[in-house]
Design a binder for this molecule. Structure first.
Ligand code: S3P
Length: 436
């Protein structure tokens, strides 16, 4: 698709679709309960549809499905699950597959779940989930090299302490979900705090879970709870990782302004917004509620951007926004560095390589490092032929980059936005029209 530069900066309110992480969890966790779970404002996108299909294979039924509301009836907890008759397609969704591995490991003894994904997901590391689950006594098999497809057989797990090597909310969640069917409590230690949506939701569903700071990270202990849990009833806030594209669009120009309405204000998700403020944008927060996830409005006003350095302990709170940090770095004064972000290499694409390739083609002074990138700014961007490499977040970052480039940008792979934000380009064009 061809994208041409914007003549005027954005100045608008925006409402983004529901949070992807919370929607995945609400759908999958409904399989742990008996009654009707209600998800207001759920994200209906390719990734979350994969979770829905999997939940249905375990016996969850859809009672009502509209753009505003999804009502699901749980089968009555894991003890009442049906065994999926066929391998289940997790498509492009790492969250679906990893959380499912933990759920399936604690399924009734002998119940087999086989999970596969698309070409990208089949290359992503699953041993990081399989290994700690195996330590708890889980029965599971991966393809050579710890890749999908994955087969998981339900079994009664042992308790104990699992110290995770990497900061990953997906791995942490898989262990906590498996632990509900263990014989004794399980403690998970994470080296750096990651998003805590699983902990909040499982607590609201009636499990006994304690979370405390431990060094620079966090220690979470969960008691076994093999019986059915309470239903999930959530008002899913807007996704701050989707809203981040509009925040960047505004911040790239001194007169750019945007009000992001009704987004999640979970502190573990706001790293990018705090970074924007330290780069020189004006960022404001207005909390409207907390049930159990805090949500409200975020306002962003552009300014003269200064270079910034991101280190490993800041990475989890902005993991999905780092390609945008690189883009902002191209327009900031000085040398920006993102380090400790080697996780980006095993996302939906190698996001270090894809970001550096795309922005270099547009004329940025950016270098790849083993664990991030180095950007020298400010440097003018020019339109070019760029490729999203099938990765939704790279596609959206490059679309935002085209707004400040000189000349037209030809974006390949734009259809990937359907993974997390199907209406992205509708909003992109409507914001542009309002600005002109
Ligand atoms: C997610 C956690 C993050 C993030 C992903 C969604 C989640 O992955 O990148 O988009 O919902 O738990 P990791 O936990 O593997 O870093």
């Amino acid at each position: 698709m061809q994208l041409t530069p914007w003549h005027r900066p954005v100045d608008s309110r925006v409402r983004v679709p529901g949070d992807k992480s919370i929607t995945h969890r609400a759908i999958l966790f409904s399989a742990l309960s008996g009654g009707e779970s209600e998800l207001w404002g759920w994200l209906e996108a390719a990734d979350t549809k994969a979770s829905l299909q999997l939940a249905e294979a375990w016996g969850v039924s859809v009672v009502e499905r509209s753009a505003e509301r999804l009502i699901l009836r749980g089968p009555g907890g894991r003890q009442a699950w049906s065994e999926p008759l066929q391998p289940v397609d997790c498509a492009n969704s790492g969250t679906t597959m990893r959380l499912a591995m933990g759920l399936a490991a604690g399924a009734p003894t002998g119940l087999l779940t086989v999970l596969f994904g698309d070409a990208s997901l089949s290359l992503r590391p699953m041993a990081r989930v399989a290994d700690p689950l195996t330590d708890l006594g889980a029965e599971l098999w991966t393809r050579r090299g710890g890749r999908a497809p994955v087969a998981v057989r339900g079994s009664r797990l042992t308790g104990g302490t699992i110290a995770l090597e990497m900061a990953s909310a997906q791995v942490k969640s898989a262990v906590l979900l498996a632990a509900l069917n263990a014989k004794a409590p399980v403690t998970v230690e994470e080296p750096i705090p990651t998003r805590d949506h699983t902990e909040r939701m499982l607590t609201a569903m009636g499990t006994s879970l304690a979370s405390e700071a431990a060094g620079r990270g966090r220690r979470i202990t969960i008691e076994p709870h093999p019986e059915a849990l309470r239903t999930v009833n959530v008002r899913v806030p807007g996704d701050p990782s989707s809203a981040a594209f509009w925040a960047a669009l505004a911040a790239l120009r001194p007169e750019g302004r945007v009000r992001l309405e009704g987004v999640s204000l979970n502190p573990e998700r706001l790293g990018f917004y705090h970074l924007l403020a330290s780069m020189g944008a004006e960022v404001g927060y207005l909390e409207h509620g907390s049930d159990p996830e805090p949500w409200g409005d975020i306002t962003v006003q552009g300014g003269r951007l200064r270079a910034v350095a991101v280190q490993a302990d800041q990475v989890p709170a902005m993991i999905d926004e780092l390609p945008l940090v690189a883009l902002l770095g191209t327009q900031a004064e000085g040398e920006s560095v993102v380090a400790g972000a080697e996780e980006l290499r095993v996302k939906e694409s190698d996001r270090i390589r894809a970001t550096v390739e795309g922005l270099s083609r547009m004329g940025a002074a950016i270098e790849e490092t083993s664990d991030g990138f180095r950007i020298y700014g400010p440097s003018p961007l020019k339109g070019a032929m760029v490729d999203a490499h099938g990765d939704h977040r790279i596609a959206m970052m490059l679309a935002v980059a085209s707004s400040v480039a000189q000349g037209a940008t030809e974006l390949l792979g734009q259809a990937s936005v359907a993974i997390s934000y199907p209406g992205f380009f509708d909003t992109f064009y409507s914001l542009r029209q309002k600005a002109e």
